[in-house]
Design a protein around this ligand. Structure first.
Ligand code: ADP
Ligand code: MG
Length: 271
């Protein structure tokens, strides 16, 4: 195995916002090689991923799309170290996730990854502010007030910080969840159908915020979605079918994404 350059981890020191200066030529934040996942055993086994290679560039916004059952969630879970691989490797920077034990993996996820789910997953008894600060609390790190103010400002949460989730709309709850995902200034934010429970307009706002977190806050976002309109907010769309990467669209538009998805349909396959 060759030596690799260590990407800068300026996010670890809590000295304020660190909009990254990385250029697209930099080493990937996330790198998957030969990723395979077989769920279950024997006759009941399902090959969810059949050998995926994927590089995620720092400061990019990537959408993963594909038909239902194509392996999108499985891929996101493996990239996040939330599920074990059958074979293959995942690196976050120079760290091989796929070689880490449970404790190291938990710490790495806590320190260097952020998560946004379809179902917000906020703690009901905590205020918005407490929910946002939870990852720092778990990591035993102090809140950087400057960064918190910037996050809350960019995400438009200023007057909502003392509210509990039940007192917030779905869109506001998802904004709190995004702030929570960003508060540790993670190397990468992974989102599975983040707009799945939101109406069209609120969903667009949330996507614009993910976009903003990449452009203005220097983050890297990987999002699974089945919505071509949502995917068009990304810099890049990776198309998955039958557990394989089957397409890669730069600067996607809703129509180029639809055309890409159409080309995945069996009747359009080249023999
Ligand atoms: P997507 O998110 O694209 O809809 P998934 O990654 O959830 O696809 O699933 C890919 C395939 O793996 C599907 O056939 C699904 O039924 C199967 N699968 C996913 N998770 C499990 C599991 N925990 N046990 C068994 N099969 C699973
Ligand atoms: Mg899924």
């Amino acid at each position: 195995m060759t030596a690799e350059t260590t990407p800068d981890r300026t996010g670890a020191d809590d000295t304020g916002a660190d909009p990254r200066t990385d250029s697209p030529g930099d080493a990937p934040v996330l790198r998957a090689r030969g990723l395979r996942k077989v769920h279950g055993r024997g006759d009941a086994s399902v090959t969810a991923l059949a050998g995926v290679d994927l590089d995620i560039a720092p400061g990019s916004f990537t959408a993963i799309m594909g038909p239902s059952g194509s392996g999108k969630s499985t891929l996101l879970h493996l990239l996040a170290g939330l599920d074990s691989v059958t074979s293959g490797t995942v690196h976050l920077g120079d760290t091989a996730l796929t070689s880490l034990g449970d404790t190291a993996l938990t710490l790495l996820r806590r320190e260097r990854m952020g998560f946004v789910f379809q179902s917000f997953n906020l703690l009901p008894m905590y205020t918005a502010r407490q929910n946002i600060l939870l990852p720092l609390e778990l990591a035993g790190r102090d809140a950087n007030e400057e960064w918190l103010v910037q996050l809350v400002d960019v995400l438009g949460l200023g007057d909502r910080l003392t509210h509990r989730p039940a007192e917030l709309s779905g869109g506001q709850q998802q904004r709190v969840a995004i702030a929570r995902a960003l508060v540790t200034r993670p190397d990468v934010v992974l989102a599975d159908e983040p707009t799945g429970n939101l109406d069209l307009r609120t969903g667009s706002e949330v996507l614009a915020l993910l976009r903003t977190s990449v452009r203005e806050l220097g983050r890297t976002v990987v999002m699974v979605t089945h919505d071509p309109g949502a995917a068009a907010h990304a810099d890049r769309v990776v198309l998955i079918a039958d557990g394989l990467v089957r397409g890669d669209i730069d600067h996607p538009t809703p129509s180029s994404v639809l055309a890409g998805l159409d080309a995945l349909r069996p009747e359009n396959e080249v023999a």
